[in-house]
Each structure stands twice: as C-alpha cells, then as structure tokens.
Write a protein that binds this ligand. Structure first.
Ligand code: PLP
Length: 427
C-alpha cells in the first residue's frame, strides 16, 4: 500500500469518506485520491512525492499560481500583527474598494468566508428586500450547500424543485423553482405565471459546475429584462467566474449589471474570503443597517484579506489576462485537436483562465446535453492523465483552471502527455 492509500484508509477512520469536501474523494472517477503535501506555481506534489501539473488550482483560487512568493510574503507579514481581531480593519476597506473598482456593480460589499455564505446571504437579502419567498435557480448550476439551493428540478409538471440532499425539508425546496439553463421560453413562462412572487434569480453566468457552459446572449438579456420588469433581484453568482473568465468577471463580458453579485475563490488568493454585494439600496437592508441578519466571526479575517489584496494587485498587472487567455486556449484547442486525431468524440472550450472538456461530439449548452458526455471515456482519460502527472478535476461536471504559472512550455508538456493518454484510451 503506498502512502496515498495508507492516508486514505486512515482518514476514513476519522473523517467521513476520508475527505472534508465530497468531490475530493474521487467518488465519480474511482481510485485513490492524492493526498497533497506541497504546491508551487503550476505544480502540486502528493505524499508519494509524485509531481502533477495542476489544473484544479484549489478549485479556482490559485489564478496567480500556487504559493506565489508575493502572496506568501503578504500573508506572513499580516500574521505578525495578529491572526484575527473580530473588529474592523483598514484592509477590509481596501479590498472592498479594490473589488468595486473592478466590478462597479458591487456598490456596497460585505465580506464572508465562503462562497456558500455569500450566496446564502445574498438570497436572504433578496427575500428581505422584496418581501417575497420564491427563488429561481437553474439545473446544473451549483451555488454552495445552503438548504434553499440544494434543490433539483421536480419531475414531470412540478415547477417547484425537490431536495437534492437528504436533510433538506420539502417545505424549503417548495420555494425554489428549478428551470433549464439557457431556456428563454421556460424563463418567460415562469415569470408570466409567478413573476410577482419571485424574490430573485440566481445564476452562474458561465456555468462551471456542469463543466463549462456559457449562458447565451439571449438568455442573459432575458434574465435582466424579466427580473427588472417583475421587481426581482438578479444575482450573478461569480464565485467561480469572478476574476477568472475576465478581470471583471462574466458581467463584464455580458455587459450586464446584476443587482447583486457573489464572489469568492480568487479574492482570497487561496485563503477563505468571499463576498456579496451590489446595489446600495439593496445592501442597506443588511444588518446593522437593515433588518436582514448576517454575520461572521472570521469575516474579513486580516490574514486572508492580505492574501486577497495581493492577489487582486497581481491580476491587474499588464497582460495578465491576455497571457492567461492565450495559454488556456492553447490547451483547450490542443486537447481537441489531439482527441480528434485519435478519433475520440471530444469538445473543449475556454474563456479566460477556465476551460471545460466533454466527451461529446458537439459542445453542450445545458445540463441535459452534459448528461450525454461519455463518462467511461472521461474516467479513463482522467486516470491516464493522472498517471502521466497531470491533475484534472476528478469529475466530468467540473471545469478546470489554468494559472499565470502555466507557461507555454508547461502547456506543451501537458499536450504531449495528453497525446499519450488519448492514444491509450482509444485502444
Ligand atoms: N457558487 C459557485 C458558482 C461555486 O462554484 C461554488 C463552489 O465551487 C460556490 C458557490 C460555493 O463556494 P464555497 O465552496 O466556497 O462554499
């Protein structure tokens, strides 16, 4: 038994499933998860001292590369002044102002510690602001693990959703309507019949949780028009796409001004920072100003905020996104070309530093399309790449991430290894 296996067995005796977040358990690809003991730049190393080119990037935050020396330095400096105060600090103003400069729709901002907190709080706020209970989410989008959002589409003619997790009362899911992604007609029909009861619509504007499916222009425009018409709050969940698909997130690509935005991952540079924010009149409803309660012992933690401020500084340097785009495209186009040569049904797309790949003949546009992806080929490819030293997300439904540390050489290395992997799985 190697060390990864040993640790996994040991972990399972004390941590449910051996992991502190389910996708890490390799449940959908099988095999033994790698226990990581070091990450630097574009690489991670496991407990067997194997090195991997990493495209998980801590599930998004590591956009400047792992353990960037300037970020590490900022964190070390911050620790010298204390780890947590439970009182306001100047740096919380600095990071909020920086975020607003980049995403002007976030007129007022509240820091929290996870994306789940951000979306949960944004929804409570939208409900408090509108005085309405119902919310709309879309099939295949993930917004963290709060009760209202762990809801899947109801079967048949049921418009309201059903819990997608045990422990979520049916009564909660009755307030969540689940609609197909990119389906303008379904959205129009729902607003026509229930519009005045809808507190908010929450959407992943480029859905990274069904691999990577961008919202169409028509869909995004319908979202904005219908929410405005019916007085519902439009929430762009940019926890994954913020600072990732472009500096200003998906909203800067769409040219849409959402009412509220949720962000996370990159703004903590690998430390737990997330935020929600938006229209000042809506944000004024949050405590201590307003009646919608929201709080957090470690919100705006000084060490985490220091990592975030430095990360936001680095990503605004010249050519950061130009290079990130180029490298991510090189990878995405390269993988497609190699797979096609090996006669494997495969498509890939990228936006900014995020890419998705699918074992389908055509690019998917919604969750149903994604379900046609060949999971057997995905698993085989995932394991072939891992054995060659490339770490991809261990699920066909997750996007992958490129960082500034992934140079053209590292991308070329990855494509060389992918050629071997595709050849092996085509046999
Ligand atoms: N929203 C989106 C779009 C996400 O991708 C995620 C996590 O991946 C979340 C919310 C939840 O964030 P966290 O895992 O920090 O709670």
């Amino acid at each position: 038994m190697d060390r990864n296996q040993q640790l996994f067995e040991q972990a399972k005796t004390i941590i449910p499933g051996g992991v502190n977040s389910p996708v890490r358990a390799f449940g959908s690809v099988g095999g033994i998860p790698r226990f990581i003991n070091k990450a630097q730049g574009a690489y991670v190393w496991d407990e067997n001292r194997n090195r991997y080119i990493d495209y998980v990037g801590s599930w998004g935050p590591a956009i400047v590369g792992h353990a960037h020396p300037e970020v590490v330095e900022a964190v070390c400096q911050a620790t010298e002044n204390g780890l947590s105060f439970g009182a306001p600090t100047e740096n919380e103003i600095r990071i909020a102002e920086e975020i607003r400069n980049i995403m002007p729709s976030m007129e007022q901002i509240r820091l929290v510690s996870s994306g789940t907190e951000a979306t949960m709080s944004a929804i409570r706020l939208a409900r408090g602001f509108t005085g309405r209970d119902n919310i709309i989410k879309f099939e295949g989008c993930y917004h963290g693990h709060s009760d209202s959002l762990l809801v899947k589409a109801g079967s048949g003619l049921l418009t309201f959703g059903q819990p997608s997790s045990a422990g979520v009362p049916d009564d909660f899911s009755r307030h969540t309507l689940v609609l197909p992604y990119n389906d303008v007609e379904a959205l129009q029909q729902t607003f026509a019949s229930k519009g005045d009861s809808i507190a908010c619509v929450i959407v992943e504007p480029i859905a990274g949780n069904m691999n990577m499916i961008p919202a169409t222009v028509e869909f995004v425009q319908a979202l904005r028009t219908l929410t405005e018409k019916h007085g519902s709050v439009l929430i762009y969940d940019e926890v994954m796409t913020g600072f990732r698909v472009a500096l200003g997130g998906a909203q800067s690509i769409h040219g849409i001004k959402p009412d509220l935005t949720t962000i996370g991952k990159i703004i903590g540079g690998g430390m737990p920072v997330a935020a929600f924010g938006g229209r000042a009149d809506i944000m004024a409803c949050i405590s201590p100003l307003g009646a919608v309660y929201q709080a957090g012992t470690l919100s705006g933690n000084p060490v985490c905020v220091a990592a975030g401020i430095k990360t936001l500084e680095i990503i605004q340097r010249s050519d950061f996104y130009t290079n990130l785009n180029i490298h991510t495209q090189e990878l995405s186009n390269g993988l497609t070309a190699i797979a096609r040569q090996a006669n494997i049904p495969f498509c890939s797309r990228s936006i900014g530093g995020m890419f998705g790949f699918y074992f389908t003949p055509d690019l998917p546009n919604c969750f149903t399309d994604m379900q046609n992806s060949n999971l057997i080929l995905f698993k085989a490819f995932f394991h072939a790449m891992l054995s060659h030293g490339v770490a991809l997300a261990p699920s066909a439904y997750e996007a992958c991430f490129v960082s500034a540390a992934h140079s053209s050489d590292i991308i070329a290395d990855t494509l060389g290894l992918a050629t071997e992997a595709f050849t092996e799985i085509a046999r």
